[in-house]
Ligand binder design. Structure first.
Ligand code: GLU
Length: 425
């Protein structure tokens, strides 16, 4: 079995489990609940053939890991990347359980993925891959049971293909209801205003709240962002619109810095045109590794897992790390950051804007409603701020770090549900 190991040699699922076990310890969680949450409820693995453009047939492996549904239908994204493996998807699924519980949503947690290289596949190939995967998952997913969404390597296009495939194979009166099968759809096909930018928007609401609590003006802050995909781009753009200075951006194509602030929209145009961040005329191209040495107040890792290692954690200059990605900080790095007095606002809180607005999209689909962007943003701000405040309260009450405080809030809700429902039969 392939596993995703951290730079410091640990499986990603083991790392995710250790975060939740720490909170379980601190709050003295019911051992039965702890035991249940240590394992995903269902691990679905499918192998299925897809016809490539050259006529060749290739078999792909896809996963859907359903971690918990004690609070509602399973919920979580679908990732397309070469590194996708069972261990990684299990970790990502568990994080969804805690993310939705912390945000107060009526959802459980799941994650899916296909091991593939979308950058080397045509749109037609991606469509056939997505439709065949949806078909292979069959009734394991559904608008009342398990609701997928975009993640790395997927976007609204893939979600619309999933919903269309599902609608066509679950006919009759279910056809219209099928819209609520997936979130993150395009506006024309039942998506929500503000969903695309939602994760980045949530990251920025969190930065604002942190700054206000610290007695700092958000507009006085400088921000460094790792990752320039959906989360990193929108976080950088919204931060700059809020008056913050985006002083460095780094992704797998390169790294640019400008102490006076980068023009994020111009940088995006440059990247779209040249397929690299390097060479952008509005900043200085620097060696990717020097990203971690840049002077900044806020560091937003918004790329992939395990980027902030203990060695990098010793070098960073930021006062706060706001995790836009899932699992960007290794367990060892968490220890170093705590020693250095650098606050880490954890993924399950910091990047929850995406799934919060997914919930709004699902509600709109079910009620045949359309909410204006102002309504979506205001409700997102309300939910994410409540989750943030509760997290800080628990961190203080249990004299622990912010990550553990966030898990405590999530586990309180889950434990309460188990206490009242009991275990069947
Ligand atoms: N993939 C996103 C995440 O990791 C969004 C999940 C969703 O909207 O269901 O939170």
């Amino acid at each position: 079995m392939t596993t995703t190991t951290t730079h410091e040699g640990e499986s990603l699922y083991a790392a995710a489990r250790s975060q939740f076990l720490k909170a379980a310890e601190v709050m003295n969680l019911d051992p039965a609940v702890r035991q249940i949450l240590e394992h995903p409820k269902n691990e679905i693995c499918v192998n299925f053939p897809v016809r490539m453009d050259n006529g060749e047939i290739r078999v792909f492996r896809g996963y859907r890991i359903q971690h918990s549904n004690i609070l509602g239908p399973y919920k979580g994204g679908i990732r397309y990347a070469p590194e996708v493996n069972l261990d990684e998807v299990k970790a990502l699924a568990a994080w969804m359980t805690f993310k939705t519980a912390l945000a107060g949503l009526p959802y459980g947690g799941a994650k899916g993925g296909i091991t593939c290289k979308p950058s080397e596949m045509s749109l037609d190939e991606q469509m056939r891959l997505t439709r065949r995967f949806t078909h292979a998952l069959g009734s394991n997913i559904g608008p009342d049971s398990d609701i997928p969404a975009p993640d790395i390597g997927t976007n609204s296009r893939h979600m619309v293909w999933m919903f269309d495939t599902f609608a066509n194979s679950h006919g009759g009166s279910d056809r219209n209801r099928a819209k609520a099968l997936v979130t993150g759809k395009s506006l024309a096909c039942g998506g929500s205003e503000g969903r695309e930018k939602a994760t980045g928007q949530g990251v920025c609401y969190i930065i604002e709240r942190w700054a206000t609590n610290a007695g700092l003006k958000p507009s006085s802050l400088s921000v460094a962002v790792q990752g320039f995909g959906n989360v990193g781009y929108h976080a950088a753009l919204i931060a700059s619109e809020m008056g913050m200075k985006v002083v460095a951006v780094h992704d797998h194509t390169g790294c640019v810095a400008n102490a006076a602030g980068l023009d994020v929209q111009a940088l995006k145009k440059h990247q779209d045109a040249t397929r690299t961040l390097n060479g952008f005329s509005g900043g200085e191209t620097i060696a990717p590794e020097s990203f971690w040495d840049q002077a900044c107040d806020v560091l937003v890792p918004a790329a992939i897992e395990n980027q902030l290692t203990s060695a990098r954690a010793r070098r960073i200059k930021a006062k706060v790390v706001v995790e836009g990605a899932n699992g960007p900080t290794t367990r060892e790095a968490d220890v170093v950051l705590a020693e250095r007095g650098i606050t880490v606002i954890p993924d399950i809180l910091a990047n929850s804007g995406g799934v919060i607005v997914s919930f709004f999209e699902w509600l709109q689909n079910r009620n045949c409603e359309h909410w204006e962007l102002e309504t979506v943003d205001a409700r997102l701000l309300d939910l994410i701020t409540k989750a943030y405040d509760k997290t800080l309260d628990r961190a203080k009450r249990y004299k622990t770090d912010v990550r553990t405080g966030a898990y405590v809030v999530a586990l309180e809700r889950i434990a309460q549900a188990y206490a009242e429902r009991g275990i069947f039969p």
